[in-house]
Write a protein that binds this ligand. Structure first.
Ligand SMILES: Cc1ncc(COP(=O)(O)O)c(C=O)c1O
Length: 430
């Protein structure tokens, strides 16, 4: 058996030696553990670093743990992927003071969409002059308030929006928001006008004395199609070039909005950023290129810990009710049709001790029988399913469940029919 496999390998090497320069023999690609196991290992290290058990003992459950280091590492990763593109954090995804401080300390700018976000930035002492207000459907009093607090760049996509700027001083500028075919693939692509209609809106702004600083677009939630990104960037740049020629002017900014794939979807992220890099090679040097991700930064930065409060064994497996459900968490758990990855806290133990007793205990646990388990919220489990029929270690009332990557859009006000308040947020590192 051994001999039979050795012979063809040797002759393959001889063939390769003739056609390629000599060098170390490539090793076979290591077999990667499945995605859940990779996440479990990372999460186990994280849980021990942030002393998750102590946090729950001190603050109770359910608990959201916001790791500001993760905000920074996401921004760093993006800076590596997209050199030359300025990073703004779309604050709507995680409007929390600690996230603001981390992004600001990193040197990121901010895109905002609401009055509350402006207030948060103001409280944290972030200079508002370079913040972009991206909500093109706003009330005049919101606009005035944002202006008075220092914001100078807004987004418009219709003449009716332009009219709202009539009462403001001339030091305000707008980005015209563009829409591109295919961008509605995402859930929140929202508004914008076509590249064909944009010149008329730019001309209208100029007529009424409103300065157009450039263009913006937003391609929707988790836009994983590199072709959509490329079309949008190339289309915007062509528009910039043609209008700069026509008006003998220079635009200052192109804001790509958010909509990057989830951080967990590395293949999609790599494909999208590669295409962005290729498309921006043609950008004029005077144009400030901005990308304003929300989910990409926020999602991995927050982890939910909840406790099992009820257990029922049914025909379709074990049902566990947690003390925090989708209603109390303002939407953090509802972003995927197939639900989030969930872990029994027990699965995260022992990671620090390599080949020690705790490590052996973890390994035993991981190979132990698993029970098809449906996790649900605390009130009406059939309507509050968080994760259906997951193979999990057998859990009982009182056990902890850990759900990573719940940071995106989790802090919207929770209005549960059960009246439950949103889970408290604990910030790490302290
Ligand atoms: C204009 C704009 N920019 C940025 C974002 C952030 O998007 P994401 O969280 O998908 O990165 C949004 C979200 O809706 C948006 O509308």
């Amino acid at each position: 058996m051994f001999g039979a496999t050795l012979t063809p390998i040797a002759s393959a090497q001889e063939r390769t030696a003739r056609s390629r320069p000599r060098g170390p023999r490539p090793l076979p690609a290591p077999e990667l553990p499945p995605h859940r196991e990779l996440v479990r290992r990372g999460l186990a290290g994280h849980a021990s670093r942030i002393r998750l058990a102590e946090l729950v003992a001190a603050h109770g459950s359910p608990l959201l743990v916001l790791d500001t280091d993760r905000v920074t590492t996401q921004l760093l990763a993006l800076r590596r992927e997209l050199p030359g593109v300025h990073l703004h954090f779309a604050l709507a995804a995680l409007p929390h003071p600690a996230a603001i401080r981390a992004a600001h300390a990193f040197g990121a700018g901010f895109d905002v969409a609401s009055r509350g976000e402006v207030t948060l930035l103001e409280r944290e002492g972030v200079p508002l002059r370079h913040v972009v207000h991206t909500n093109p459907v706003r009330r005049v009093d919101d606009l005035t308030s944002a202006y008075l607090r220092g914001i100078r760049t807004f987004v418009v996509d219709a003449a009716s929006e332009v009219a709202k700027f009539a009462g403001l001083p001339r030091d305000v500028a707008v980005l015209v928001r563009l829409a591109f075919p295919g961008s509605e693939a995402g859930a929140s692509a929202g508004s914008g006008i076509s590249v064909e209609d944009a010149p008329a809106l730019v001309a209208h702004c100029r007529r009424v004395g409103l300065r157009v600083a450039g263009f913006a677009f937003h391609l929707g939630d988790r836009q994983v199609d590199p072709a959509v990104w490329e079309r949008a960037i190339r289309g915007s740049l062509a528009l910039v070039r043609s209008l700069e020629r026509r008006h003998g002017t220079r635009f200052e900014m192109l804001d790509f909005g958010g909509g990057l794939p989830s951080a967990a979807d590395r293949a999609a992220l790599g494909a999208v950023t590669a295409r962005i890099r290729a498309a921006i090679a043609a950008a004029p040097a005077h144009l400030r290129l901005v990308i304003a991700p929300g989910r990409f930064i926020a999602e991995p930065a927050m982890t939910l810990v909840a406790r099992v409060v009820d257990r029922a064994d049914r025909a379709d497996g074990r049902w566990l009710a947690l003390d925090g459900g989708p209603h109390g968490l303002g939407g953090a758990l509802r972003h995927d049709a197939d639900g989030p990855l969930v872990f029994a806290a027990e699965e995260l133990g022992g990671q620090q001790v390599v080949d020690g007793a705790a490590e052996r205990a973890t390994r035993r646990l991981l190979t132990r029988d698993r029970v098809p388990t449906t996790l649900a919220g605390p009130v009406d489990d059939r309507r509050e399913v968080i994760a259906p029929r997951r193979p999990l270690p057998p859990m009982e009332v009182g056990d902890l469940v850990v759900i990573p990557s719940v940071g995106a859009y989790a802090l919207r006000p929770a209005i549960g029919f059960d009246g439950s308040a949103a889970a408290p947020v604990v910030v790490v590192p302290r």
